[in-house]
Design a binder for this molecule. Sequence first.
Ligand code: IMP
Ligand code: MG
Length: 192
Amino acid sequence: MEGADEPVPGPWKDEVDRILIPASRIARRVRVLARRIAEDYRGQKPVLVALLNGTVVFLADLMRGLDMPLEVDFLRVSSYGDGMVSGELVASGNLKVNIRGRHVILVDDILDTGRTMNHVIALLEAEGPKSIRICALLDKRSRRVVPVEADYVGFEVPDCFVVGYGLDFAERYRNLPFVGVLRDRVFKKRGG
Ligand code: IMP
Ligand code: MG
């Protein structure tokens, strides 16, 4: 992948093995996604529903690229599991925005097995939106268990655990400006 040879910045060298997607490349791609979304929803006022916490960085960049009226709301979905093996999904907190009859764009950091999106779509559909589309920064297609397709995808990534630009490992690394792959020993130690 382009940029894969970019060196890992000093402070992260011990923990991050390599950069998968450099910040500059993310920025360019997010602008393209925003332009596409803005064209598709021209004349509408969509509601961006973002899943916490992983989307904060992506959402902040994406929404500033959308030159149109919109609303933003958040959902938190937790899984009873160890964070890597998907357990039972539970949504906590409700939307503040009434999405009945509205165009919803569901924003997530990464589409992995698809279980989270599948669960959230069912929750949102019960509230009667006019439409729901999915926007995911990353897509790990090879891991899909539930058939969910994103309408807007930033990058397809291989089956390895990635962190940065919002994505965490045990709540760390969300603040990396790039998407990177952790060193094996960090990953195996499980964030201790
Ligand atoms: P899914 O329900 O299996 O599609 O999982 C989606 C959620 O799992 C994402 O919103 C992430 O929080 C988390 N996740 C899956 N893969 C990764 C990864 O490689 N790095 C960090 N988080 C991940
Ligand atoms: Mg997450």
